[in-house]
Ligand binder design. Structure first.
Ligand code: ATP
Length: 234
């Protein structure tokens, strides 16, 4: 008996004109799992996540909680519980940290949103310290944490993180890594992470996929990655 996956991507193809960005890609994410998709620049990670959110036309089948997503709009998919944190941090620069967070929690009753916010301040203490500051004045790393925290305010069933480490300094990377670790210890959450930074992606992952030139070329637990894929990636 194999429980049905929360997210199931089956044989997905994406074409940009003549260029094939995904070729028969299948991945599965079970409830509570942390799954990393590792791939170099241009391998197709962002395209895969955009297919999941129905932001790019694709062939194949994508199911979430048993429901076929083919006919759902990106907004409906977000309401169904898939919250994507894009590579480009889409914060409201003129709004404060607190206001950005509350936008993420706008669907919650006020008291619930406040409780959720406090939980996120525990997870990312720097955001509490910057609460009244406008988002545009935050450092790159702080903005990344705010983007993730705002996504968590939506209480996603599946959180998709697209290269959160992009252009972050090592010390910030470390903070982000610790926050993800604490998140996993304190909250039952399902995460799909796309990364080219393998040293960041592996420690958090229950399972790893490797995406190379539009295809999944490897799948396995992180401890097998080093011996089987390490030569190319570590
Ligand atoms: P990155 O880390 O650079 O975001 P990625 O693994 O997320 O890489 P994708 O952004 O999915 O890769 O891109 C996969 C391939 O598709 C690349 O060759 C890219 O140039 C191409 N591509 C992406 N978006 C488009 C588009 N809108 N039109 C044409 N080609 C595109």
């Amino acid at each position: 008996f194999k429980a049905e996956s929360l997210l199931s991507v089956e044989g997905v193809d994406v074409l940009y004109g003549k260029a094939q960005a995904l070729r028969g890609v299948s991945i599965h994410v079970h409830e509570g799992e942390f799954v990393s998709v590792v791939g170099l620049n241009g391998a197709g990670k962002t395209t895969l996540f955009n297919a999941v959110s129905n932001l790019v036309p694709h062939a194949g089948t994508i199911r979430f909680g048993g429901q076929d997503l083919a006919t759902l709009s990106p907004a409906a998919i977000a309401r169904a519980g898939i919250v994507q944190v894009p590579e480009t941090r889409e914060l409201f620069g003129d709004l404060s940290v607190l206001e950005n967070l509350d936008l993420g929690g706008h669907h919650l009753p006020k008291a619930e949103a406040a409780k959720e916010r406090e939980k996120l301040y525990d997870l990312f203490p720097i955001l509490k310290a910057r609460e009244g500051q406008s988002a545009r004045t935050l450092s790159g790393g702080e903005q990344q944490m705010l983007t993730i925290a705002r996504a968590l305010m939506m209480r996603p069933r599946l959180l998709i993180l697209d290269e959160p480490t992009l252009s972050l300094a090592p010390v910030i990377l470390e903070q982000l890594s610790k926050a993800l670790e604490r998140l996993r210890q304190t909250t039952p959450i399902t995460v799909l992470l796309g990364e080219q930074n393998v040293t960041f992606a592996l420690p958090h992952a229950d399972r790893v996929y490797v995406l190379e030139q539009a295809k999944i070329v490897w799948e396995g637990p992180p401890d097998r990655f080093a011996t089987e894929m390490g030569a190319a990636y570590l």
